[in-house]
Design a protein around this ligand. Structure first.
Ligand SMILES: Nc1ncnc2c1ncn2[C@@H]1O[C@H](COP(=O)(O)OP(=O)(O)OP(=O)(O)O)[C@@H](O)[C@H]1O
Length: 679
């Protein structure tokens, strides 16, 4: 038997054991903190106790997540300034920092500068790294390692087995992190600075979602204090998608990131109505912002009467033209409607104060406050600059043809105005049947009145489906922060889907964003991606097809069937393999397939519900397939998927989404002829 000193694997295992012990000691240190001396009151004690709890949680040693997954041995001296700590030292790279009793690092956080060469170093640019070692684990046990001597010209480059294994690993359960295998082009995006907005165009399975989530985790590490104050947000297309990704950040030790849909962000009115495509298209158009602004500011009426304030036995008169100048000045300053409305009484009061001083009085600030609150000033402000309720403003635009015409003239055509007007009169904001697009209009109106607070960083996933007005809604949540915009033009399935990223970024208010492209595919096997890419010339000409990095060719079959029982049989076959199975079908086919699965005794989940080793089959309506993935996919009736959409291009895009969800195998079943674009 080899001794630990001689056997490298045994040495690494003993470092793992020592690191685990060190982590345990760190946790015990925190657990044993006695806070009774340092907390003066109950509230402080509660806050501190919670922070300690969180820290203990963050220091948990999860049996199924390896404490470290890589090691870097630095060369000595040269380039020491490029790689902090490069003195021929080795560093173990893991999800979190672990130190020993002397404070020396046993494991360094993957986000630390010293870890960066693990992701970026290459034979061309070894970044002072002599050895890069990747570790393989099986059931929490360290079982393998793989070395690259980056500075050794004699060693040939080869693809990492461990990376390949990681990509092939069955996908049961929620989305996983990719810290151990982030690729250089992905790492560039992950580690790009907090100051700039990055937009990533990437085909299905190129890791956009993964990259976006790891970027937040990185930013939280690099700018923890600032982002703790300003906040971070991940925006996804729907609940089931958010549910699918919700574990990734906690697994990386980040518990504070909010996740929401665009609809959640603008939920100021209750949405229970829908728009037809034509109405939604106009409501989502950026010109609506102009209409809203005009309609809002039409409430400002220049004064025709002087403001007369009575104090004691004296009357003070501010003439209409002078108040008019104040109003013009507030309009010119471009501050929010609400802020200007609050400033006006003080301006008028100030004019009164000047008059008091001119006549020998010596009023102070309290007098100015009192004057600003007098009935006369309040009444004047109500008449000149009335309070406006944003939802009522939108309601009026959508129901009052004359009001809409007055403010949309020259912006929306008469036809467009007619398209967005509600058919039925509505009595109140509460009884209105608001649609999702209406809620975005209300959000825009609210922001015209009071500035929406900005977060520090926003990740916007599946961005290609947003309307210009939705981009604006997201943009106002990161006016002073930055964003990561992720999407694929070929997967846009809304009538207003993004045509080009520059235009979208302008609506977001981030014209200076950098646009990156990812083309290496980690999900879909080559044969499947080649088949799906037949659709690209019809749905997004000019986009680069995804090049699969998977070596396993995967299983791919197009099968003619004679009924739903055959579809169920295809699912049963898929279930014989390890991993998750998705049966994806046109939304209209879901009831029939639910029944067919039921009669065959096959239980199934809804999208977003977590697959486990016992329940691995999910029945996915095509409209919810975006962003999700399954080891084996059975795609039911492609033509029905296309027909489920209002037009052929959208239908083919939906089909492209559904064809690109499979990791290991895809079976396409059909009774009707396949869409000709797939031929
Ligand atoms: N560097 C990587 N190493 C291992 N797995 C990766 C890597 N990058 C991406 N993956 C995996 O590839 C799959 C697809 O990633 P992801 O869902 O982020 O792609 P996407 O570009 O958002 O796809 P879609 O356009 O379909 O939403 C995921 O299972 C992800 O974990």
């Amino acid at each position: 038997m080899s001794t630990p000193a001689a056997d490298p694997l045994a040495r690494e295992r003993s470092h793992l054991a020592a690191s685990r012990a060190a982590l345990r000691a760190m946790r015990e240190d925190v657990e044993s903190l006695d806070i009774s001396d340092v907390t003066a009151n109950w509230v402080n004690a509660q806050i501190l106790a919670r922070q300690i709890d969180e820290r203990v949680q963050a220091l948990a040693d999860l049996s199924d997540t390896p404490l470290f997954f890589g090691r870097l041995d630095y060369l000595r001296a040269p380039g020491a300034e490029r790689a902090a700590g490069a003195h021929g030292e080795s560093f173990y790279i893991g999800r979190r920092h672990v130190h020993d009793a002397d404070g020396d690092p046993m494991v360094v956080d993957w986000r630390a500068p010293v870890s960066q060469p693990f992701y970026r170093a290459s034979r061309k640019d070894p970044m002072d790294v002599a050895l890069r070692r990747r570790f393989g684990y099986a059931g929490g046990e360290l079982t393998a390692y793989e070395d690259e001597h980056l500075s050794d010209p004699a060693e040939a480059a080869r693809t990492s087995r461990l990376l390949q294994q990681e990509i092939e690993r069955p996908r049961v359960g929620p989305m996983r992190d990719i810290v151990a295998t982030i690729q250089p082009e992905q790492d560039e995006i992950v580690r790009s600075g907090l100051g700039g907005t990055v937009c990533v165009q990437g085909g299905p399975g190129t890791g956009k979602t993964a990259v976006g989530l790891h970027r937040v985790a990185y930013l939280l590490y690099a700018h923890r204090d600032r982002l703790a104050r300003t906040g971070t947000l991940v925006i996804g297309p729907n609940r089931s998608f958010l549910h699918y990704i919700e574990q990734v950040l906690p697994a990386l030790g980040e518990l504070s990131v909010r996740q929401a849909t665009v609809d959640d962000l603008v939920a100021h009115v209750e949405v229970c109505g829908t728009d037809d495509a034509a109405a939604a298209l106009v409501k989502g158009d950026a010109r609506m912002a102009q209409v809203l602004r005009r309609a809002l500011y039409a409430h400002v009426t220049p004064p025709t009467e002087p403001v007369v304030v009575v104090r004691g036995s004296r009357r003070w008169r501010v003439p209409a033209y002078e108040v008019g100048e104040m109003v013009r000045e507030l309009l010119d300053r471009g501050i929010r409607y609400g802020a200007a409305r609050e400033a006006l009484p003080r301006r008028i009061a100030h004019a009164v104060l000047v008059r008091m001083e001119q006549s020998g009085e010596a009023p102070d600030d309290r007098v100015q406050d009192a004057v600003a609150r007098t009935g006369a000033v309040k009444a004047a402000v109500r008449a000149i600059w009335p309070a406006v309720d944003p939802a009522k403003l939108v309601l009026r635009l959508l129901t009052d043809a004359e009001f809409l015409a007055a403010h949309a003239a020259g912006v929306l055509s008469e036809d467009e105005q007619k398209t967005i007007r509600w058919a039925k009169a509505v009595r109140s904001v509460k009884s209105a049947r608001w649609s999702a697009a209406d809620a975005v209009l209300v959000d825009e109106a609210r922001d015209l009145i009071d500035r929406t607070p900005s977060l520090g960083h926003v990740v916007l996933d599946e961005a290609q489906d947003l309307s210009p007005m939705q981009y604006r809604a997201v943009g106002r949540r990161c006016t002073t922060g930055s964003a990561t915009v992720l999407g694929d033009l070929a997967q846009g399935t809304t009538p207003w889907a993004t045509r080009g990223w520059r235009e979208a970024l302008a609506h977001l208010g981030k014209d200076d964003a950098v646009i990156e492209e990812l083309t290496a595919g980690f999900r879909v096997p080559t044969d499947v991606v080649t088949y799906a890419s037949r659709l690209l010339p019809h749905i997004a000409p000019g986009l680069t097809p995804v090049a699969s990095v998977r070596e396993n060719p995967g299983a791919f079959e197009v099968r003619r069937v004679s009924g739903d029982a055959d579809v169920v049989a295809a699912c049963a076959e898929a279930l014989r393999h390890e991993g998750s199975v998705g049966l994806i079908a046109a939304d209209a086919r879901i009831p029939a397939l639910t029944e067919a699965l039921g009669s065959a005794g096959l239980g199934c989940l809804a999208p977003g519900e977590e697959t486990s080793y016992d329940t691995r089959l999910t029945l996915v309506p095509a409209s919810l397939a975006k962003g999700l993935e399954y080891d084996y996919v059975v795609l039911d009736e492609p033509q029905a998927v296309v027909d489920g959409e209002p037009d052929e291009r959208t239908g083919l895009r939906r089909l492209y989404v559904t064809l690109t969800r499979a990791v290991s195998g895809l079976t396409v079943t059909h009774r009707a002829p396949l869409p000709e674009q797939l031929a």
